[in-house]
Design a protein around this ligand. Structure first.
Ligand code: 1GP
Length: 252
């Protein structure tokens, strides 16, 4: 079974998913074992690897190291073509549909094709929507696109719907790593109402209350990076969010 069908399956059976995001640029390779053992013992269901700017080969080396210690699916969340490695299980093929920069709408994807040839990597087309999180984040800086304004609820939902109609398999609502304000309850709710593909939400989520709020609003998967980077005791805190219901991670 593919990573995507596992996600769909979780959505259909109303199981919520949680991804721990590891940015190779901010992570010490020698900490991998102790960090991943904490991930394994938590309610996390996926490991995402990626960042806005990552040194060449750092992602590949990190994914190999992570794989030694976990059965959880490793999904690439790349800021750039150089972050693609066949050692991961899947790739979020992100098109930044909230922006109008052709580089992040299609050009990076064209450049990725040569790298993807011959790799046994599940590619999941994902509509990536940057929403104002109260400060300028790395995504905005690197992609040179403006985030969507929080007040434009219907615009955000229409953007997500357009992504679905273009054939994208996931929608990712992103407030930006370390955002002051996470994606709002109303935004998640509106998008969930208008699209019927799995919905990922990330950026600035750093408490159990916020995780539950995102899930209640309609997020199928929540992504958290900074909160774990800053304080690994957060792993224990989130375990009270819900019972661990691990999805079957075998890949057909
Ligand atoms: C960023 O959505 C992710 O791309 C996670 O954000 O680092 O704020 O958890 P945080």
């Amino acid at each position: 079974m593919t990573i995507y069908s596992h996600i769909q399956n979780a959505v259909n059976t109303k199981r919520k998913l949680l991804a721990v995001l590891i940015d190779p640029d901010k992570f010490q390779l020698e900490n991998t074992k102790q960090f991943i053992l904490k991930v394994n013992a938590s309610i996390a269901t996926h490991i995402f690897v990626g960042g806005s700017t990552v040194q060449q080969n750092a992602t590949h080396a990190l994914v190999i190291e992570i794989k030694k210690y976990t059965q959880l699916p490793i999904v690439l969340f790349p800021g750039d073509v150089t972050q693609i490695t066949g050692r991961a299980d899947a790739l979020l093929f992100l098109s930044l549909i909230s922006g109008r920069n052709p580089d992040y709408l299609i050009d990076k994807h064209v450049k990725a094709v040569q790298t993807l040839k011959g790799l046994n990597l599940e590619v999941i087309p994902t509509g990536y929507i940057l929403i104002d999180g109260g400060q300028i984040t790395a995504v905005e800086r690197v992609t040179k696109t403006k985030p969507m304004v929080v007040s434009g609820l219907q615009d955000i939902a229409n953007t997500a719907k357009a992504g679905q109609l273009l054939g994208m398999k996931l929608i990712y609502l992103e407030a930006g790593s370390g955002a002051k304000q996470a994606v709002s309850f109303e935004t998640i709710k509106q998008v969930k109402q208008d699209v019927n593909i799995p919905l990922i939400v990330g950026g600035g989520i750093k408490s159990k209350i916020q995780i539950n709020e995102a899930f209640t609003a309609g997020a199928d998967m929540v992504v958290i990076g900074t909160a774990f980077e800053k304080d690994e005791t957060f792993f224990e805190a989130i375990n009270e969010v819900g019972e661990r219901k691990k999805i079957n991670t075998s890949i057909a």
